[in-house]
Design a protein around this ligand. Sequence first.
Ligand SMILES: NC(=O)c1ccc[n+]([C@@H]2O[C@H](COP(=O)([O-])OP(=O)(O)OC[C@H]3O[C@@H](n4cnc5c(N)ncnc54)[C@H](OP(=O)(O)O)[C@@H]3O)[C@@H](O)[C@H]2O)c1
Length: 290
Amino acid sequence: MPRPPVLISQRGHASENQKVLSLTFRHFAVSQTIPMAIPSSTKQFAVVTGASSGIGLELAKQFAQHDFDVLIAADGDGINAAARELEALGAKVESVQVDLASHDGVHKLQSAIQSSGRPVDAIALNAGIGVSGPFAETDLSQELQMVNLNVVSTLHLAKYIVKDMVARHAGRILFTASIAGTMPTPYEAVYGATKAFVRSLSQSLREELKDSGVSVTALMPGATETNFFHRAGADDTKLGASEKDDPAEVAKEGYEALMAGKDHVVAGSFKNKLQAAAGYALPDPLVLCI
Ligand SMILES: NC(=O)c1ccc[n+]([C@@H]2O[C@H](COP(=O)([O-])OP(=O)(O)OC[C@H]3O[C@@H](n4cnc5c(N)ncnc54)[C@H](OP(=O)(O)O)[C@@H]3O)[C@@H](O)[C@H]2O)c1
């Protein structure tokens, strides 16, 4: 019968905030070093999806500027440049290049979070894309890709992180929804529906988790100056060509609302606040007139 491995040495020292660097086991005559989690710093730890550009990059900067270390994720290699930008702000940064529209990508991000060995103090579930055009003509595969990213990956990651945070009785979750989730969005019909899902999920989780130590906040931007419209094929639409909010300001409002434990924030211009309020109060055709 093989003998169980015996711990023969331990490198690094474990305090409350630091993890063991490596454990060396002797199994018969063979010694094996098993890598463990990297030593954690005393800083808080935040995860941001869709952090290579736009609102997500600005959210990650907010965390870095407020003394968080960050784990950031996006699909393209722009995530590496984003990591360098955040490191320059003094944060310890880990970047993960993953396609979150796939289950595999979501699992890889979960593994990266687990491998960090650090409890997640805050997470911004922000990655999202749009698809623009008349519903009868837009490409179904692009819309399914958008649903997989905006809805399925958000749900998947929320399920994972909520379980972990509830078990620890601590944590903050920021969902990037949109004022588009409060009203009809003709020519962005599926996009608006994905954001209504995110907003609804956020509101319901906030209520469910109110006594759990976990706070949930929805960030509701209006049109913001990012890659979003270009990527959605909406540069030449009325909204795409209109004046937009600054993503840095939108992210600042989102971060502050998250830290204040607010249920949501309609970020950006007064027009956004008016439209969101109208979305709750007015009949749909009137909301579209604002
Ligand atoms: N801009 C607006 O007017 C506006 C208004 C309301 C809400 N929002 C929401 O704000 C969020 C951020 O968008 P943004 O405006 O900042 O646009 P953005 O600059 O295009 O940023 C989108 C981010 O999502 C990432 N992403 C896209 N597809 C991905 C995938 N398959 N897997 C992993 N990451 C992926 C992008 O990374 P890569 O570039 O590497 O793919 C990028 O980091 C979205 O949820 C959007 O719905 C935007």
